[in-house]
Design a protein around this ligand. Structure first.
Ligand SMILES: *Cc1c(COP(=O)(O)O)cnc(C)c1O
Length: 483
């Protein structure tokens, strides 16, 4: 193409001002700000100029098309990145999907306390400065049967703080069978070296005896550490020293015993087939300190809880590192409300715990209702829907080899493979959401992406992890994905 026609094409491009005067973009400057619209218009025009310069041609360049394109870009830009998804995987504490969904009452307490000023660090009765720990310390002590408790950002921070406080410059004795990696870079040996404590490994990967700990105790010993193996199990020829024995050894050798519980179970899950140790049981058995996550089996916000002997908790609290690891008012509000539900024994108010406690029959009944709805909405003969037995898991590094019996919806379609269906459920809402004709609307899309799994060529949905109020959304998503 000649340079003459390039020049002609470039001349046809509307100006930024011309575009800004189009009704939709004028409206957008009021909603999204003049600067943002000008920038998007310039960006689109620059791309077209580059296309014309390189290839001598460009896609449609009339003002109406460009107006829609610019509006689409702004809509995409203004869409929040963090958004709801529907978890139909049956993994309750799904690390990639935000671990524990929060209790509505906890979020209500959050809204009520953080959209205005609060007594976060103010003692209203005394009219003077208070401590932010006060809001959760009393509750934690009560539900855990602990002398004292503090809260930091997450359990990794809690472990770091305890090791740094109690063992800096000295040795921490831990079994080789417990030198675990949780995922995303949390490795016990690394945390140890960051905290300034030296690791003293005892025993072997599969077997550690009390005598192994005993032999390792020396002048530099500061702490006996026990770590919940979380996401793995050693089976076969094994031995792990019980907490009581370790506590007894600690007493004899005047060393505190710290147990990193990982999930930190407050509700007894044994009726549901899980032998997760209760945090309160560890303290009753004599652990000097325990730590666990707020967003695993407690079902609350991301947090790390340290509880146990008052003198040791106080030492952790006075460590300057505590200030750097402290939680904000958002966490405190949600944690306080979650702990209040625990105190009342209202575990069904905590979504993650309610999901664990759902029976396979209850999940099955919901699956049947959804399947009936889908059958009436979809053309007969094109989709096969079946309800089958399956397993849900707790996830989040808890109880790796245990699972919960559940009922799954198995879907196969004449038109789409399982992989295609899985992708459609995940991405269709995103595609419709970024369609240019949604304008710059910042309203949430009607249906969140649905995350499902595939087994033996079939798409499987587990409603255990789907909130009841998401059922109409999942039905709508399935109808549009299967069409
Ligand atoms: C999950 C886990 C951690 C890390 O907890 P976060 O709250 O994710 O920081 C530490 N130790 C154990 C044993 C765990 O299971």
């Amino acid at each position: 193409m000649s340079s003459g026609s390039r020049v002609a094409l470039l001349r046809q491009l509307p100006s930024v001002d011309e575009l800004l005067n189009r009704p939709r973009l004028t409206a957008l400057t009021r909603e999204a700000g003049h600067g943002l619209v000008v920038e998007a218009a310039r960006g689109v025009l620059d791309e077209l100029r580059a296309d014309i310069a390189q290839r001598g041609e460009a896609a449609a360049i009339d003002a109406a098309t460009l107006e829609a394109r610019i509006a689409g870009e702004i809509a995409r830009l203004l869409q929040p990145s963090l958004r709801p998804v529907i978890n139909a995987t049956g993994v309750i504490l799904h690390t990639n999907l935000g671990r524990a969904p929060l209790a509505p009452a906890a979020v209500e307490h959050l809204r009520a306390t953080v959209t205005q000023y609060s007594n976060l660090e103010y003692d209203v009765a005394a009219g003077q400065r208070g401590k932010r720990d006060a809001h959760t310390a009393r509750l934690l002590a009560r539900v855990l049967g602990a002398e004292a408790a503090i809260v930091v950002n997450n359990n990794a921070a809690a472990v770091c703080l305890v090791l740094n406080t109690l063992a800096i410059g000295g040795e921490v004795i831990v079994s080789r069978g417990e030198l675990i990696e949780i995922g995303d870079g949390f490795r016990i040996p690394d945390i140890m070296s960051e905290s300034g404590a030296a690791l003293r490994e005892v025993g072997t990967t599969n077997r550690t005896a009390l005598a192994d700990y005993e032999r390792a105790i020396g002048e530099r010993s500061r702490l006996l550490l026990r770590v919940h193996p979380s996401n793995f199990r050693i089976v076969g020829f094994t031995n792990r020293v019980g907490l009581e024995e370790l506590v007894e050894l600690g007493r004899r050798s005047r060393l505190p015993v710290f147990e990193d519980l990982g999930s930190g179970c407050l509700a007894d899950l044994s009726p549901y087939g899980f032998d997760e140790p209760l945090a309160s049981a560890s303290l009753r058995a004599g652990a000097s300190l325990v730590s666990f996550s707020g967003d695993k089996l407690l079902g609350g916000p991301q947090a790390g809880i340290i509880a146990g002997k008052r003198e040791l908790v106080e030492r952790c609290r006075r460590n300057p590192m505590f200030r750097a690891l402290r939680v904000d008012k958002l966490t405190i509000a949600v944690l306080e409300a979650t702990l209040l539900a625990c105190l009342r024994g209202a575990f069904d108010e905590i979504p993650a715990l309610r999901m664990i406690r759902l029976s396979a029959d209850e999940v099955g009944r919901r699956a049947e209702a959804l399947v009936a709805k889908l059958r009436s909405a979809l053309p007969a003969g094109e989709v096969e829907l079946e309800i089958i037995d399956g397993q849900s898991v707790i996830g989040g590094g808890s109880t790796p080899e245990q699972s919960l019996p559940t009922r799954l919806i198995a879907i196969s379609s004449l038109h789409y493979s399982a992989a295609q269906l899985e992708e459609r459920l995940r991405t269709l809402p995103l595609a419709s959401q970024s369609a240019p004709d949604r304008g710059a609307s910042t309203e949430p899309p009607t249906s969140p992406p649905v995350i499902a799994r595939i087994e033996e060529g079939r798409l499987l949905l587990d409603l255990r992890t789907v909130l009841p109020e998401q059922e109409s959304q999942i039905a709508a998503a399935l109808v549009s994905a299967l069409r």
